[in-house]
Design a protein around this ligand. Structure first.
Ligand code: ATP
Ligand code: MG
Length: 414
């Protein structure tokens, strides 16, 4: 029955997988907090305009990938394809621009109608960092350093390359845009249909094309570096100098452009070769124009997003969960005592498993299956002496312990 399958491009995160996701998010949240980034959450759906206006009518995300629907009240709604626009919307809605700079961390599901493959889903998850209200290149350095620290803590950094580029300021982009229009105009015949449309509306985006023919033409395209203004070059040099100072290696990639229209100056991606063509694990850049485009006060910003599924494919095993204490009643007499003891131990902070039925043999089997560390056996004889039997499931030793001492004897296994 097809309705019992998950929708194409979505997946269930069973406990082992969810543990890897949680590990990624917890690590990122902890390190972001050290950098002074506070956690924020915005709604999973927004008015379509929140994304269509800033993300740009010519990007793949808006033209092909958005989950958009009209709700029962006739509102045009979109499931968020990325975090930045929603967070900037929240900053404007809540009048937060009085207290700049703002530093945010966020994590949650995103939705894009894409062709599903390894590392590419229709519902996926991102961690996201935004630094809003700081025009200085030091802000770019900070968010990149934060990204590198998170990847390092996850054991991934050494398997990635940081690719860095500048998209310059408005004047640089204007000059470069004209150069690109001239160049692509001479190669019209070889361009994909999508890129011909981009040529009319936003030629910079042709550089981002995944079409093989476009890629060949892109190899000969003019380089942005030749069109940078003095100011834009100075900004880029400061970012590079800061990364050098922090020993964060990078490779300047002149062809790196972000998929979204509102980026300027710094653009960067941490890329790995370990995930086939889904190699970008973390990408971001500066978006000084975004707040203004969305109708708020002109406010600079810089940030990045990373795909949790892709990070989870690369991380080392997450730290193991606490091994449970298993409480086992022996015979009728032990049942009530076991129920109460399990309750008390859980309230005292222990991870406790209490089976619902079965004899001692079956319960011991289950204890092994769930990798329990110790078993507490409660039988009639022991209970008459106000005691229980403590069995070390690793060492195989066992001893009788007074109930009053149980919590302290179990303390090493908490
Ligand atoms: P790609 O070039 O792989 O399509 P993108 O440029 O569309 O990536 P961004 O919009 O910058 O990606 O999103 C940031 C990160 O989110 C990506 O680097 C990637 O790790 C992750 N990501 C993007 N789209 C998906 C998806 N459909 N499934 C899983 N992860 C994704
Ligand atoms: Mg994409």
């Amino acid at each position: 029955m097809s309705s019992l399958q998950p929708v194409r491009g979505t997946q269930d995160l069973l406990p082992a997988e969810q543990a890897r996701h949680r590990h990624v998010v917890d690590t990122a949240r902890g390190i972001s907090a050290r950098y002074g980034y506070q956690e924020i959450a915005t709604p999973i759906f927004e008015f379509t305009e929140v994304f269509s206006r800033p993300i740009g009518e010519t990007t793949d995300i808006v033209t092909k990938e958005m989950y958009t629907f009209t709700d029962r009240g006739g509102e045009e709604i979109t499931l968020r394809p990325e975090y930045t626009a929603g967070i900037v919307r929240a900053v404007i809605s809540n009048g937060l621009t009085q207290n700049l700079p703002l530093k945010f961390f966020a994590a949650g599901p995103m939705f894009r109608y894409e062709r599903p493959q390894k590392g590419r889903f229709r519902q996926f998850h991102q961690i996201d960092v935004e630094l809003i209200g700081a025009p200085q290149p030091q802000a770019d350095i900070e968010v990149i350093a934060l990204g590198a620290d998170i990847l390092d803590a996850l054991g991934i950094l050494k398997r990635t390359v940081l690719e860095l580029n500048t998209l310059g300021d408005t004047a640089s982009r204007q000059a470069y845009r004209e150069a690109l229009v001239g160049y692509y105009g001479q190669h019209r015949d070889g361009l994909s249909e999508d890129s011909l449309t981009r040529l009319e509306r936003n030629p910079l985006r042709i550089l981002d094309s995944k079409d093989e023919g476009d890629k060949r033409i892109n190899a000969g395209a003019p380089s942005f570096a030749d069109y940078l203004t003095v100011e834009a070059r100075g900004f880029f040099d400061t970012v590079r100098g800061g990364l050098d100072l922090l020993d964060i290696p990078y490779k300047v990639s002149p062809r790196l452009v972000r998929g979204l229209d509102y980026y300027c100056h710094t653009a960067f991606e941490f890329v790995t070769t370990d995930l086939g063509s889904q190699g970008t694990v973390l990408g971001g850049g500066r978006y000084d124009g975004l707040m203004g485009v969305m109708g708020g006060p002109e406010t600079p910003g810089v940030g990045w997003a990373a795909g949790i599924e892709r990070l989870a494919l690369l991380v080392d095993e997450p730290p193991a969960a606490a091994r449970p204490v298993v409480v086992i009643p022996v015979g009728e007499a032990g049942e009530k005592a076991a129920l109460r003891l399990a309750h008390e131990l859980r309230r005292a902070g222990f991870t406790v498993d209490l089976g619902f039925s079965g004899n001692v043999g079956r319960r011991m089997k289950r204890a092994n299956k769930i990798n329990a560390r110790v078993a507490v056996l409660l039988g009639e004889d022991e209970l008459q002496r106000n005691a229980a039997t403590l069995r070390d499931l690793d060492g195989g030793t066992q001893s009788e312990v007074p109930l009053a001492e149980l919590a302290s004897r179990l303390a090493p296994f908490r």
